[in-house]
Ligand binder design. Structure first.
Ligand code: ARG
Length: 255
């Protein structure tokens, strides 16, 4: 009886140690876990030619910074809307996901400086007759769940009668337009560009309202020491041309 209790205790301790080792991502000092939503080429997407690997602009930025700072990098993929909660739950040390610092997000995370700025596009089929925001009246408009594009749609809905539908992954928005279930979607220009290339029947125009820029920054848990470390390297990258190189590599440099 006693021996079996002892054995049981031993097994539990071994399991606990194993579990702690397996979860010890955030604090082991050598490895940093980046959370992202790999539905967003050219920022982050799965390289289908090579299998499962996540590649993109954000991934290259993360690789450069963690390498400079002497950390190993691990990347975990999840739905965009779950990123901040997952990070604050200890599942990641930082988020690189083309994420825009909004006042609401700043309540739950710290952000680096902005590393890239994009615009919002209204994307629809060529024959949709949607050329202005007012043309959206009576239409169904798709957005990614939890994105700032969702907020944009809410703003539009204040003056134009639209129905807003959200999906977790951006390619789903494109599929819904192609299938005729959505009339349009709000997608940022650089990401939409890839979908235009693959789907010549799609077009888009920018929302020009003076404040529709979507700057991307890296998110960290509140008061993380990493914010300052990352900002230092990020600003080095801006000065030494590394960031421009990556912009040309992933966005083609037309802008
Ligand atoms: N910039 C937008 C935002 O912060 C959309 C980012 C979506 N990112 C992604 N990896 N799906 O809400």
């Amino acid at each position: 009886m006693k021996a079996s209790k002892l054995l049981f205790g031993l097994i539990i301790s071994i399991l606990t140690v194993g579990l702690l080792a397996a979860c010890g991502n955030a604090d082991d000092g050598k490895k940093l876990v980046m959370a992202t939503s790999a539905d967003y080429p050219p920022y982050e997407f799965i390289d289908t030619e090579k299998g499962e690997e996540i590649i993109g602009f954000d991934v290259d930025i993360a690789k450069y910074i963690t390498n400079e700072l002497g950390y190993e990098l691990e990347i975990v993929d999840m739905d965009f809307t779950t990123l901040i909660t997952a990070m604050n739950g200890g599942k990641a040390d930082f988020i690189l996901a083309g994420m825009t610092p909004t006042p609401e997000r700043l309540e739950n995370a710290d952000f680096s400086d902005i590393y890239f700025t994009a615009k919002h596009l209204i994307v629809s089929k060529k024959d949709s007759g949607i050329n202005t925001i007012d043309d959206l009246a009576g239409k169904k408009v798709g957005v990614q769940t939890g994105s700032i594009q969702e907020g944009k749609a809410d703003e539009i809905a204040e003056t134009v009668n639209i129905t807003i539908e959200s999906r977790n992954r951006v390619p789903e928005l494109v599929q819904e337009i192609l299938a005729g279930r959505f009339d349009a979607a709000i997608i940022e220009d650089t990401v939409a560009a890839g979908h235009f290339k693959n789907n010549p029947e799609l077009v888009g125009f920018a929302i020009e309202d003076g404040e529709s820029d979507a700057g991307s920054a890296i998110a960290f848990p509140k008061d993380s020491d990493l914010t300052e470390e990352f900002n230092r390297v990020l600003n080095e990258m801006k000065e030494n041309g590394e960031l421009d190189k990556l912009i040309v590599k992933w966005f083609g440099g037309e802008e």
